[in-house]
Design a protein around this ligand. Structure first.
Ligand code: ATP
Ligand code: MG
Length: 206
């Protein structure tokens, strides 16, 4: 870990400046447990010259998870097309052509192909997700494709409360939301927390 940053995020002006200086696109990764605020923070960084593409877009389809018997574990590392995500990160290092990416739609719990555009003039790509710093293959290949990684670490109670509220907003009963947050989400959160030391910065209390 190279630095611990309190509450506020450090912004991406330095990445935009570096990319403008040498023309090379920079890729920022934002990691954290379920409900840590990754998607919210990433969306807040979007703007001119910045494209946001989440790892969530590489969720396997529900039909595939059913066939593999993994539907109950949706969100676990082996319920994503990790090599596909790695291939995207490789491609997006070049600004030669537009790269289209899939987007996860919570209302249908499925990704939609070709939904996100990374145009050549995007100087910074912000990507976010749970497993960017996992040390098991094939996820262990992600870190080398990211220029900088932030780990989001809000208070555990805050994270859990936000997660339960979000599950309820997406149609789950309170009991279902709590069961999900304290069940598979909590198991994933523990695995993700163990990867924080591989981040460049840890953002606490956000
Ligand atoms: N700084 C914040 N202040 C208040 N609420 C927040 C903040 N950041 C995120 N939230 C809320 O917390 C919930 C979880 O945030 P978000 O969806 O961004 O988390 P996430 O890390 O992307 O979760 P997941 O891993 O499940 O995709 C959302 O309902 C969001 O609106
Ligand atoms: Mg998210």
């Amino acid at each position: 870990m190279r630095g611990v940053t309190p509450s506020s995020d450090p912004g991406i002006a330095h990445l935009l400046d570096a990319a403008r200086a040498d023309g090379r696109r920079r890729v920022l990764g934002i990691v954290g447990g379920p409900g840590a605020g990754k998607s919210t923070l990433a969306a807040s960084l979007a703007g001119p010259g910045v494209a946001v593409v989440g790892m969530d877009g590489w969720h396997l389809a529900n039909s595939v998870l059913d066939r593999l018997g993994r539907r109950e574990r949706k969100g676990a590392p082996d319920t994503f097309d990790a090599p596909g995500y790695l291939a995207f990160l490789e491609r997006v290092r070049s600004r030669a052509a537009t790269v289209w990416a899939p987007e996860f739609r919570r209302e249908i719990e499925e990704p939609i192909a070709g939904a996100l555009e990374v145009p050549p003039d995007a100087l910074v790509v912000v990507t976010e997700g749970n497993y960017l710093l996992l040390e098991e293959p094939p996820w262990d290949g992600v870190r080398a494709l990211l220029d900088e990684v932030w780990f989001l670490e809000p208070d555990e109670e805050v994270r859990r409360a936000r997660l339960v509220a979000r599950h309820e907003r997406h149609g789950r009963s309170h009991a279902e939301a709590v069961a999900r947050a304290d069940g598979s989400d909590a198991a994933n959160a523990r695995m993700i927390a163990a990867t924080a030391q591989r981040a460049d910065r840890v953002l606490r209390g956000t």
